[in-house]
Design a protein around this ligand. Structure first.
Ligand code: SAM
Length: 271
């Protein structure tokens, strides 16, 4: 059912992505903070009292830490796909000071990333056609970007191509429970209705990774540490900029969940 690349509203999807990320307006919203653009991983942050902007930044940095912890700590080269404004690359470099590259589809994001993390290297490019050579990286990560990729099969094949044998992949974002969730997600959430976010079923992504040759493909639900924290932040936020609180509703109805997906390129495979 979800085997084919996503094709519906393709023009709207590209237009929506430009609108969201080229102008940088999304990161000016108080829902995000510190240059990150993700929902955050709130496990270590108490949610029963007031939340500060520092808490919000810490939640987003913690989502990067979750992904970095899932990668081999000794990897000497890391590629981030959908790197946004480069603050995640800065964090990656802090934790493992080795080659760190980022790729993003929007040239404006890449410019911002270069300013934020001068010690990393950045390129404009798409998840389905990565501008790097075969086997260049030992680790590949992506944080809250795969919900925008219109062809997860192409992304999986490109990830397998640019990783060296034994290389590790860690991807985190929200996925639909299955293909039947799409209409309800569009009714509940403006970003699905507009075509900015795509309701990729989690099972389909795992299948695409296996088809691309990855071993040990695993999805771990981390939603319990995402949705309540995000909703609490939205509840406390200034009303005019309040983001859509239906994320928690959609998660509670089992329509979508936030996952950490990990996989390994077999050590014996070609670069
Ligand atoms: C929600 S932001 C996340 C940014 C960053 N990872 C973070 O957590 O702060 C998603 C990013 O993915 C980028 N993006 C969307 N589709 C892409 C694609 N097909 N290939 C590469 N980047 C893409 C967007 O331009 C945007 O910068």
């Amino acid at each position: 059912m979800d085997h084919a690349p996503w094709t519906g509203h393709r023009t709207d999807h590209r237009t929506e992505l430009r609108r969201a990320y080229a102008g940088g307006k999304l990161t000016e919203l108080p829902v995000f903070a510190g240059g990150f653009i993700n929902f955050g991983f709130w496990r270590a942050i108490p949610l029963d009292g007031p939340l500060t902007a520092e808490d919000r930044v810490a939640s987003q940095a913690a989502l990067y830490d979750l992904v970095l912890d899932a990668l081999s700590p000794t990897g000497r080269s890391t590629l981030e796909v959908g790197c946004g404004q480069g603050v995640g690359a800065r964090r990656t470099l802090l934790r493992s000071p080795a080659r760190c590259a980022g790729v993003d589809q929007e040239p404006e994001q890449v410019e911002r990333a270069r300013a934020a993390a001068p010690d990393a290297e950045f390129a404009v490019g798409s998840a389905g056609s990565l501008p790097f050579g075969d086997g260049e990286f030992e680790r590949l990560l992506s944080v809250e970007a795969a919900q925008h990729f219109d062809d997860l099969g192409a992304f999986a094949r490109e990830a397998a191509r640019v990783l060296s044998p034994g290389g590790r992949l860690a991807v985190t974002t929200f996925f639909a429970a299955d293909a039947s969730a799409a209409p309800e997600l569009s009714r509940l959430l403006a970003t699905f209705a507009s075509g900015l976010d795509l309701p990729h079923p989690i099972g389909g992504f795992l299948d695409r990774l296996r088809e691309a040759g990855f071993d040990g493909v695993t999805a771990t639900s981390v939603g319990e540490h995402v949705w309540r924290g995000l909703d609490r932040w939205l509840e406390l936020g200034p009303a005019p900029e309040r983001w859509d609180r239906n994320w928690l509703v959609a998660a509670e109805r089992g329509l979508l969940d936030y996952h950490l997906v990990t996989a390994t390129k077999p050590a014996g495979s070609g670069a």
